[in-house]
Write a protein that binds this ligand. Structure first.
Ligand code: BT5
Length: 270
């Protein structure tokens, strides 16, 4: 059994997190409903910064707005990290952005796959979603109490491992890179990259992460369609505001800031 196999996975994870400065404790589940739900309960009960909740399989993994996140056993990385950044609420976007940058970085190192970030929380490669992030936050406008940063990365799925509903829009590192990837090693690469982006966040309020994001993201300079609470429209994405809102030159209207929405790159699947 390799380190990434079912039997060796928790052991290999233990070894990896010894080297991760931001991980202070580990909760591992062979099967759990959702690591974000577990991590939220722990965060509200005062668990320290750096608590990592990791599962081999999730039965009720979720994305934004209660959408389903498919998390089959043994094939992906499904985890949530409890963080306690000293930041005001309007800078919390940059924690998720640091996570997305770290996923893209780790995916490249582990499998040679070139990944891009799609606002606000997706990681894509060749137009297909390989990972999603979901931050759930507690605190007040002045001060974040905790961020539960949930990360789901499709690692070793083959085509037939995806449900029909998402088979055309999703992919895995194995499918794109042509070889299977050791999940514990990938976690180690993520944690190291995350540390590089996260450190300094409190001091500069996200300035450096924002720069890196603009460099790695698939969005700025592209035509997008936006679907959100304010309705659906198209326009040209031009950048990110200080709080992480997406700046779009909306067709026929002009500059708007988009706070919560789904964004598609037009012609992304060509
Ligand atoms: C996300 O939501 O992309 C955030 C996903 C976060 C998952 C992690 S796993 C660990 C932690 N525990 C949890 O319960 N959640 C976090 P959103 O942008 O709303 O995208 C959801 C959409 O992505 C779904 O409606 C599907 O279309 C698609 N989808 C579902 N499962 C997928 C998968 N495994 N790979 C690619 N796309 C998927």
């Amino acid at each position: 059994m390799t380190a990434g196999g079912a039997a060796g996975f928790p052991g290999a994870v233990q070894a990896v997190i010894q080297r991760a400065a931001h991980v202070t404790r580990l909760r591992y589940y062979p099967v759990v409903g959702s690591t974000n739900v577990e991590a939220l309960t722990l965060a509200r009960a005062g668990t320290p910064h750096g608590t990592l909740v990791l599962a081999d399989k999730q039965t009720t993994g979720h994305g934004r707005h209660g959408r389903v996140w498919y998390s089959p056993g043994g094939l992906g990385l499904w985890f949530s990290l409890v963080l306690r950044p000293r930041l005001p609420m309007n800078r919390v976007f940059w924690v998720t952005a640091a996570g997305a940058l770290a996923v893209a970085d780790a995916a490249g190192r582990a499998s040679g796959v070139r990944a891009e970030i799609r606002w606000p929380n997706d990681v894509l490669s060749r137009g297909r979603k390989i990972a999603g992030l979901l931050a759930e936050v507690g605190g007040t406008a002045d001060r974040v109490d905790f961020v539960v940063l949930g990360v789901g990365i499709n690692v070793n799925q083959r085509l037939q491992d995806f449900p029909a509903g998402i088979a055309r829009e999703a992919s895995s590192l194995r499918l794109l890179g042509g070889r299977s990837v050791d999940r514990a090693e990938l976690l180690g690469l993520f944690l190291a990259a995350f540390e590089r982006h996260y450190d300094g966040l409190e001091a500069d309020g996200g300035r450096r992460v924002r720069q890196a994001w603009l460099q790695d993201s698939a969005v700025p300079g592209r035509r997008v369609s936006v679907r959100g609470p304010g309705g659906d429209f198209t326009g040209l994405a031009t950048g990110l505001a200080d709080d992480g809102a997406l700046i779009v030159e909306r067709d026929g209207v002009g500059r708007v800031e988009v706070h919560a929405a789904d964004v598609r790159l037009l012609r992304e699947l060509e």
